[in-house]
Structure formats: C-alpha cells, structure tokens
Design a protein around this ligand. Structure first.
Ligand code: NAD
Length: 380
C-alpha cells in the first residue's frame, strides 16, 4: 500500500508517521502514487476539484481504479476527460440510498458534518445567544432557528441547534420528514402546500414547477422574518437548487440575523447567496461556503476513509478490474470504464446514446426492451 500525503493534508491532523505505522509507504511525489497504485482514493477527483483535478489526468492509466467525488452531473464533460484515460472511475455521489450501502455513503457523512458545522458557524456570528437564560441580569430569550430541507444535513442541524438551546422549526417538501423533525424536538412548519409526487424511489426530493416554489416562498416569508438563523439545505439531485429565500425575505429579517446556505454550490436556496463567500445584505450575514465539512477535517476524514474502505472492499468481491454489474452499488457508482463514460445519466447529460445495458440497468432506466441482448453481467 502506498499513500502520498502532501504536507498540507496534515492540516487534518493525521501525520505521515501514523500512516507509516499502519504499514503504508509514503511516496515521494503525487506522480509516484498514481504510477504505483492499482487503485487511487481521492476526496475530490477531476470534475469536483477545480484547482488541481485536471493535473491528475495524465497520471491515470487504463483500468486503474479511481474512487472519489466527481461532481458528475455538475460537470459531465470532465467525466468524459477522465474516461479518455481508460481509468475506471467510481463516483461516490451516486451511491444508492439503500441499507446495504449505508456504510459506504460518503455524501451522508459529509452532509452530517456540514449540518453540524453550519449551526456552529451561525451561532458564533449571531449577536445573540442560542439558549434561554434566566439570569440576575434578566431573562435572555432563545434564538429562533429555521431549517429548510430536513435531509441528512438538515436533521443534523436541527439536533445541533436544539443541543445549543435554540427554538427550532423546520420544513421539508417530503411529508416523511415530519416525524423525524418532531422526534428531534423541533416544530414542523406546516405549509398549506401539496407537493405533487414529492419523493422519488431513492428517497430524494423531486423537482417541482416554478409556481410551486413561488407559493412556497410566499408561505415561508413569515417564518423566515421571525427567525434569527435560517439554514437551508434544499436540493434536488442533478438540478440547480430551488430559490426559496428571496432578497425581500432577507430584508424582512432582523439585522444581525444569519443565513447559512448549504446549497451554495448548486446556485443557493437564497437569492443573495454567493458560493464560496460570506456576504452581508440588509444587515443579514449570508454564508455560502461550499465545503463546511472540510472545516472539520479530522472527523470528516475519518468518516470518509471508513466509507471508502467499505466501498472498496465491496468492489473487491468481484475481483477488480472485473465488475459485477448485477450489483446495484457497483452499477450505480461506475462512471467510466474502457475509455468510455458508462453511467447512463452522465451519458444522457452529455447527449451520448445509451450503451448496451444489462438487465438490471434496463429495469432501473425504465427500458422495456433491451438495447442489445446476450451480454454478460459485465455488459457496460
Ligand atoms: P438532499 O441533500 O438531496 O436534499 C436535502 C433535503 O432538501 C431533502 O430532505 C429534500 O427533501 C429537501 N428539499 C428539496 N426541495 C425542497 C424544497 N423545495 N423545500 C424544502 N425542502 C426541500 O437530500 P439528502 O439529505 O441527501 O437525503 C435524501 C433522502 O435520502 C432522505 O430521505 C434521506 O433520509 C435518505 N437517505 C437514505 C439513506 C439510506 O437509506 N442509506 C442514506 C442517506 C439518506
């Protein structure tokens, strides 16, 4: 096993010596790591890493396994560039949300960390305290926190804000979240708004039309105006994040209030969010930082490492570079192979025709007739 650890990664507080103690050899250069390894695990691979991702392309080779975040639907053209190296890329973003894959779900791990840190960020900036305090100097009223989007990050944000003593409300388009929100001690904001077909089979929210989002903004306006902190996490896979907080809604908040927009990278749930930046508008601080998980590097690294290890051991069962496309986890995460983009949704995003599909793929794509018959389980 070879691990190349650039010095700056010690910022996660894992020293080179700790890797060596576990039997890893520290490579002298990034080039050596790629040249010597049959499998490379990255946090951000080309596509998700705008700064140095492209520089890794010439280092990749045919059938080399590459596991990481690729932002495959955000920048599908970069997936094609990775494919052209011949490497076998697996995107952790596509991990299916099934019980069997929970230990491999890096997206959930990072969302958990981000939800926690979003609350701490807001609490440190807010000019008020979170808990109610009865002191000799009088009573301090608790902060009011609104969470929009009660998925993995949102639920963690609720739990963290409650632990700090805030009064927490939350809203999600998926009715299934009501009980989860309440079980964490938060109030579920009931909006007289029926989402058509709110949830897909994977548990993700489905996109709604613009008239739905307009109505949602109108109905949320009052509760936003009454909140000291708003944390937004509302996302729809493969789409721009819906705008749920307008500039007027920001202006209606008390000066000093804080919005943390965890959908910043996807365009933001708040109209005034600037990705990667913190801005102050109408006296309200709006945080659009995109990688909050990276600001808790010790545990984010630990969780990611455990997810990737579980995933790799799973892939190893088929004897890499052989892959078992009958297996949902393998099939859903496999991005590139043999010089081609093989993931159906990424091919679709690139305007490429579908490849010959295996039976399970045909089923998951809703295809009644096979594109081509007679393939092995390894047909992609
Ligand atoms: P996500 O990051 O895609 O979105 C965050 C939340 O925003 C979701 O709850 C979504 O419903 C919500 N949302 C979307 N549009 C909205 C709108 N207009 N207004 C308000 N809220 C809106 O979602 P996620 O956190 O990745 O979780 C998605 C689902 O997957 C959840 O049901 C979660 O429980 C499930 N999940 C399952 C597993 C598993 O079984 N292995 C693992 C992780 C997550």
């Amino acid at each position: 096993m070879i691990i190349g650890v650039p010095k700056e990664s010690e910022a996660a507080f894992y020293a080179d010596a700790a890797y060596a103690e576990k039997g890893a050899r520290i490579a002298a250069s990034r080039t050596e790591v790629f040249a010597s390894a049959d499998a490379v695990f990255q946090v951000l691979a080309h596509g998700a890493n705008d700064k140095t991702g492209r520089a890794d392309l010439p280092l990749l080779r045919r059938d080399q396994v590459l596991i990481g975040f690729f932002r495959p639907l955000g920048s599908p053209e970069t997936v094609q560039e990775t494919a052209s190296t011949g490497a076998m890329g697996f995107a952790v973003e596509f991990m299916p949300r099934i019980t069997r894959a929970q230990s491999m779900d890096a997206l959930s791990s990072m969302a958990t960390v981000a939800g926690y840190k979003a609350v701490l960020h807001a609490a440190s900036i807010l000019p008020r305290m979170f808990p109610m305090l009865m002191t000799a100097a009088g009573t301090v009223t608790p902060a009011r926190v609104l969470i929009v989007g009660a998925g993995v990050a949102g639920l963690q944000a609720i739990a963290t804000a409650r632990r700090l003593g805030a009064v927490v409300s939350a809203y999600d388009i998926r009715p299934a979240t009501k009980e989860e929100v309440r079980s964490l001690g938060a109030r579920f904001v009931e909006l007289p708004l029926e989402a058509a077909d709110a949830q897909d089979t994977g548990g993700y929210a489905k996109a709604q039309d613009e008239s739905f989002y307009r109505r949602q903004r109108e109905l949320l306006a009052r509760v936003v105006a009454e909140s000291d902190v708003v944390i937004t996490t509302a996302m729809v896979p493969g789409r721009k994040a819906p705008v749920l907080i307008t500039a007027d809604m920001v202006a209606s908040m008390r000066p000093g209030s804080v919005i943390v927009d965890l959908a910043g990278e996807r365009g933001g749930n708040c109209e005034l969010t600037r990705a990667y930046a913190t801005v102050v508008e109408h006296g309200v601080t709006i945080i659009g930082e995109v990688n909050l998980a990276g600001s808790v590097p010790y545990h984010a690294s630990q969780m990611y490492a455990r997810n990737i290890t579980a995933f790799f051991l799973h892939l190893m069962k088929s004897g890499l570079p052989q892959v078992n496309l009958e297996d949902e986890i393998t099939r859903e995460t496999l991005l590139t192979r043999g010089g081609e983009v093989v993931h159906p949704r990424v091919r679709q995003a690139l305007g490429l025709s579908p490849l010959a599909a295996s039976a399970p793929q045909r089923a998951s794509l809703g295809m009644s007739e096979p594109v081509k018959r007679g393939g092995s389980s390894d047909a992609v």
